[in-house]
Design a protein around this ligand. Structure first.
Ligand code: ADP
Ligand code: MG
Length: 362
């Protein structure tokens, strides 16, 4: 959808390029996160894609067309842009802000109003905000307006420059999760600039890491980059806890689940003891068919029928879509040192420390 070829920018009065011969392909429907230290050329790269900044040399192709040859207004109509610091118009209402591009395109008032209503729903804003001014909204709400405004004319491409940079960490996490879902449903082609490694890993189908001077250090799926950083620069940039970051990208369902010391309530005491012995534990998980009932202490097994022992609930259970990072947390906080996976009451299996570690070391 977007191809950058040997893209270079040298600002006048400067000797070193801000962006150096950058070559990247961005597939249709993909979200690429662009990350690197402050001043490495991220904003300059975005602004070259929609031609707010003209490249010194190189080629930009958008949807198969040479971006330099498309009239600027036409190019920008196909590219939504969320600028750094949001940049809402302070003297226009939220509705007017969101309707900026449709209004420039000459849509009639009813069509604009309908579209604004629709977008307010899409980004999870309260309808009541439409008549307010930007200063009357919280940082997080302003960010949503910025995203709604960029989406207004339904452009196939979205450029986002540190869109969640100015909000507190809790709101930022919520906005990230919402954007992730929105991206799944809208399927836009997105270039998302950030300086937050975790954000880049969470949101990017691929992640491009830039060094100073806009030099591409590595461009790949986050799990590949975390597993094999291409250079010392990349490794240092990713920072600590690379193992935990990788675990956060892997789902419980993708790991090898084991049955563990679990038996059906109809099992006799012999079988119950054998299962505990085989798993080297002194507790037993009880199932009724597929359904998880809970666990009982090994000392109680044999005193009566399993179905008469009142099982205790596991304090923490996981959903199979949870990440292995969440699973690790469950393991280290559980007494039995296992994470039990249950979807809607149905027992899927369990994981221990060994199984989780195996996923990142193999
Ligand atoms: N309009 C400009 N004129 C001159 N230099 C600029 C201009 N805009 C950016 N730069 C310089 O280009 C480099 C890259 O800037 P920028 O793309 O904004 O970095 P980032 O967004 O990665 O923090 C910096 O050294 C910056 O000072
Ligand atoms: Mg910037």
């Amino acid at each position: 959808m977007i191809r950058l070829e040997n893209l270079r920018k040298v600002f006048s009065g400067s000797t070193r390029p801000a962006v150096t011969d950058l070559t990247m392909d961005i597939a249709r429907g993909e979200c690429v996160t662009l990350i690197g230290p402050s001043g490495c050329g991220k904003t300059t790269t975005l602004k070259m894609i929609n031609r707010i900044i003209e490249p010194t040399s190189g080629q930009i192709t958008v949807d198969g067309r040479n971006a330099m040859a498309i009239p600027v207004h036409e190019l920008r109509r196909s590219i939504g842009y969320v600028i750094q610091q949001i940049g809402l118009f302070p003297h226009r209402t939220i509705a007017q802000n969101i309707g900026t591009v449709p209004s420039l395109l000459g849509w009639d008032d009813t069509r604009i109003a309908d579209r604004v209503e629709e977008l307010v729903e899409t980004v999870g804003l309260d309808h009541e905000m439409l008549g307010r001014y930007p200063s009357e909204l919280s940082g997080g709400q302003q960010q949503r307006v910025g995203v709604a405004r960029a989406l207004a004319a339904d452009p196939p491409v979205l450029l986002m420059d540190e869109p969640f940079g100015a909000v507190d960490p809790i709101v930022r996490n919520r906005l990230q999760a919402e954007f992730h879902e929105l991206q799944d449903s809208l399927g836009k082609t997105v270039v998302f600039v950030t300086h937050d490694v975790d954000e880049a890993i969470f949101l990017g189908n691929r992640m491009a890491i830039l060094e100073m001077g806009g030099i591409l250090a590595q461009y790949d799926a986050p799990e590949k980059i975390l597993a094999e950083p291409a250079s010392m620069f990349v490794e240092r940039f990713l920072g600590g806890e690379r193992g935990l970051k990788r675990l956060s990208l892997l789902a419980v369902i993708d790991a090898g689940l084991e049955r563990g010391p679990f038996v059906d309530v109809t099992a006799g005491p012999e079988e119950a003891r054998r299962v505990m012995e085989a798993n080297a534990v002194d507790w037993l998980g009880l199932l009724d068919g597929d359904r998880l009932l809970g666990w009982v202490d090994g000392s109680r097994v044999g005193s009566s029928q399993l179905r008469d022992l009142e099982p205790r609930s596991f304090l923490v259970t996981l959903d199979s879509r949870d990440s292995l990072r969440t699973a690790l947390d469950a393991v280290v906080t559980s007494h039995a040192r296992v994470a039990v996976v249950v979807d809607d009451g149905i027992y899927r299996g369990m994981l221990d420390l060994e199984a989780i570690a195996g996923e990142v070391t193999e």
